[in-house]
Write a protein that binds this ligand. Sequence first.
Ligand code: NDP
Length: 293
Amino acid sequence: MPFVRQWLAERYAAPVLADLVDPAGVEVAVVGGGAPAGADEMDALPDLRAIVNFGVGYDNVDVEEARRRGIVVSNTPDVLTDAVADLAAFLVVDVLRGFTAADRFVRSGAWARGQQPPLTRDVRGAAVGVLGLGRIGTAAAERLEAFGAVVHYHSRSPKDVAWTYHSSPVGLAAASDVLVVLVPGGAGTDGLVGTAVLEALGPEGHLVNVARGSVVDEDALVAALEEGRIAGAGLDVFADEPHVPAALLGRDDVVLLPHVGSATTETREAMGRLVLDNVDSFLERGVLVTPVG
Ligand code: NDP
């Protein structure tokens, strides 16, 4: 987010942390790219009063520790919902229709050699399970419904929607042709999608993860793919970014993206403006525009 850094430098002469000579007096820290903001970082900034996170997911911030110290935290909800929902819906369509695999097929010369790509599956009529029906999950479900998919979902509580609710991730996976993960990262969802959920998804089922790598047990995913216990996956996020498990790189039944859910110029600028609004509001009035918790 170089432009946000530039805006902050122009507006507040704010230094980047690496260039900070004297940490005393720093009241607001802007955190981007999932950089950690835990007890160590808070210790290093003794006068910190607010953490402004560039991103809607704030599993990189130790919110409990911040609260304990009287430090408030904000994120960037809503402004990225459409871009991320587009990606989630795209990955669902892609794991069913195999478009990016077909692109690789053309580039490999296989088509020119007279081979035919395999037949794929209709999106219309496919059961799509949204794990985490929040802002992005709802927007993704609306898009997929327009494609003719049948939407199911699980959140910790049912929502006021017409889609079919399942009271557990395993139950949702069992009812889904494609399971789309859109819960927040963090301790509450660590490894939520493990062997049991993948077993329930089954050999014809696909997993799409646009949430956080930590939500999916990556070893269990690799094993399920290698043993044919699920059919394929579309992944935008990984446990140890930017490292992708080597076992996934050569597989044609997985689609791999470099965490690009919100990566459009318009969306990143809107996120940057909301970051600035939070900084301005906190410094002028002592309140954040989009606080978390
Ligand atoms: P929301 O908070 O609006 O939605 C999250 C939903 O998950 C809530 O509706 C919540 O419902 C549900 N949920 C939370 N914990 C659990 C749980 N343990 N089990 C089941 N459901 C749960 O967030 P957004 O939709 O705005 O964002 C979702 C996530 O998407 C972000 O936190 C971020 O990690 C990820 N993201 C990824 C991006 C990318 O580039 N790939 C970009 C932006 C976001 P309930 O409380 O009823 O359980």
